[in-house]
Design a protein around this ligand. Structure first.
Ligand code: 5GP
Ligand code: SF4
Ligand code: MG
Length: 458
């Protein structure tokens, strides 16, 4: 999971990219970087950590240019080193190129083996580096043909920004797994993983980059090409449920409205008599509000979240994950003591969060805790750029709903069905199609997971 932002030929490009990355911080907190081009020369900075800490004004002064791309990284476990900080910037026989990628290639192993046979030496285990080598080895003479021929070789998920010495290149894989949108500011084109960046920068949303589209922007104008057409896109449904910011417009839908609707469906399908509805901060709060509105049970704030404790989800050690939770989230006793509580969250992955959170509520006197999850049981790994846990780590792939209920010590547990989730995502009305592979185990046909590759990133 990652966040991307780019802007073409704006006099304030670097500062705008820095601000945009702060607005995309929820998509990646491991590393951050900006590359910028001026007079055919690309300069860049990157570092491990949060945007605010890494991109100090002194550091951003080191880079200049009117066309910039930026990246925040949310790596999968084991790849959290500075070599993985993006944009990747490299020299090729065609000049300098900077690349920023959100997604995960499903044919990475095959491509990497072929490249290594041809003499490529890799400096990281990032699949983005494969794109670097493919571009460097390409024999196509012009920029558009070169990028297009490389994109045609990629399978899986990529929303991607590239900077050459004279062009900004934008691409989204034919399934459109990861979001990517275009905006406008002072007549200049912006591209962003999420639309939440456009308004605060003073600009406007224009349209989504279509699945399978490659857009090249340079002094000759905007040239749009098709990488490949697929009959049905596979927009990531989990982006709407958990990942994206509620103030973004995702696949044409306001994310807050989708989450509120998910909560309403949960209340209709899984009602329970209770005194109060609370949500697990932050992603499930609009969903809990939707549940409360539909059920007419009062909504309340159940937890205070300690602001300085970062993301615990990808911490590989389960003991650390478990120990940090009661410090990260503190229950508000007066709102739950003696009450029967409906506790709403967006997903159960390993079940650790819920196990701790239910226990915290009971410790401060909650009488009953009824857990409601606004997505279906997660039974299969994502191979398209969301944290890739192996199937066995997913509690719902090993345990029945009753067993999970016992493990998390809830008085009842219910999930939204895939059908209801898709209804809340507005599928029918807008004839969109979503990826639901982590809930159904059915991966899109031409993006079957590369299981060999997965073993390299446990
Ligand atoms: P669990 O503790 O069950 O492994 O994780 C579930 C919790 O993690 C939920 O509260 C959910 O909001 C959050 N979550 C689910 N998927 C992801 C992810 O890919 N990354 C992060 N950071 N959190 C996630
Ligand atoms: Fe999104 Fe799940 Fe599909 Fe991954 S498998 S792209 S998380 S819906
Ligand atoms: Mg959560």
């Amino acid at each position: 999971m990652c966040g991307l932002f780019g802007i073409y030929e704006h006099s304030n490009a670097v500062a705008l990219t820095e601000t945009a990355l702060k607005l995309l911080q929820h998509r990646g907190q491991e590393s951050v970087g900006i590359a910028s081009s001026e007079h055919g020369k690309i300069s860049h900075i990157s570092g491990m950590g949060m945007v605010l800490d890494v991109l100090t004004s002194q550091k951003t002064k080191q880079i200049q240019g009117n066309t910039s791309i930026g990246h925040v990284l949310y790596s999968t476990s084991g790849t959290s080193t500075v070599q993985h900080a993006q944009p990747f910037v490299f020299d090729s026989k065609y000049g300098q190129i900077a690349l920023a990628h959100n997604g995960h290639l499903t044919n990475a192993t095959v491509l990497r083996e072929e490249l290594e046979k041809n003499g490529a030496v890799f400096q990281s285990n990032s699949d983005t580096e494969i794109i670097v080598h493919l571009l460097a080895q390409s024999s196509e003479k012009n920029t558009i043909d070169r990028f297009l021929s490389v994109f045609k070789k990629l399978e899986g998920a990529y929303s991607l920004l590239a900077l050459t010495e004279d062009s900004l290149i934008v691409a989204r894989d034919p399934y459109g797994f990861r979001p990517l949108s275009m905006g406008i500011l002072d007549g200049k084109t912006m591209v962003s993983s999420e639309t939440c960046t456009f308004l605060p920068l003073g600009g406007d949303f224009v349209r989504d980059v279509n699945p399978g589209e490659m857009i090249v922007i340079n002094e000759h104008g905007i040239k749009i090409s098709t990488i490949k057409k697929i009959s049905k896109p596979a927009y990531c449904s989990f982006e709407s449920i958990y990942f994206a910011r509620p103030d973004s417009l995702l696949y044409g839908n306001n994310v807050y409205a989708v989450r509120e609707r998910l909560g309403k469906y949960l209340a209709q399908k899984h009602p329970i008599k209770a005194d109060v509805v609370i949500g697990v901060p932050d992603s499930a709060l609009p969903t809990a509000l939707g549940y409360a509105q539909e059920s007419n049970i009062p909504y309340s704030i159940g937890f205070v979240r300690s602001p300085d404790i970062g993301r615990t989800f990808i911490e590989p050690n389960s003991e650390i994950r478990r120990n940090i939770m009661p410090i990260k989230l503190r229950p508000i006793q007066r709102n739950v003591e003696g009450k029967s509580v409906v506790l709403v969250d967006d997903s159960l992955v390993r079940g650790t969060t819920m196990n701790v959170v239910v226990n915290l509520l009971k410790e401060v006197g909650a009488r009953e805790v009824h857990v409601r999850i606004s997505s279906p049981p997660m039974i299969a790994s994502c191979h398209y750029g969301i944290d890739t846990l192996i199937d066995d780590d997913l509690i719902a792939s090993r345990c029945s709903i009753d067993e999970i209920m016992d493990y998390i010590m809830a008085d009842s547990l219910a999930y939204l069905s895939t059908q209801d989730m898709l209804k809340a995502l507005d599928l029918e009305k807008r004839s969109l199609s979503y990826c639901t592979a982590c809930f159904t185990g059915e991966y899109p046909k031409e993006a079957q997971p590369d299981l060999v590759n997965l073993k390299c990133h446990p």
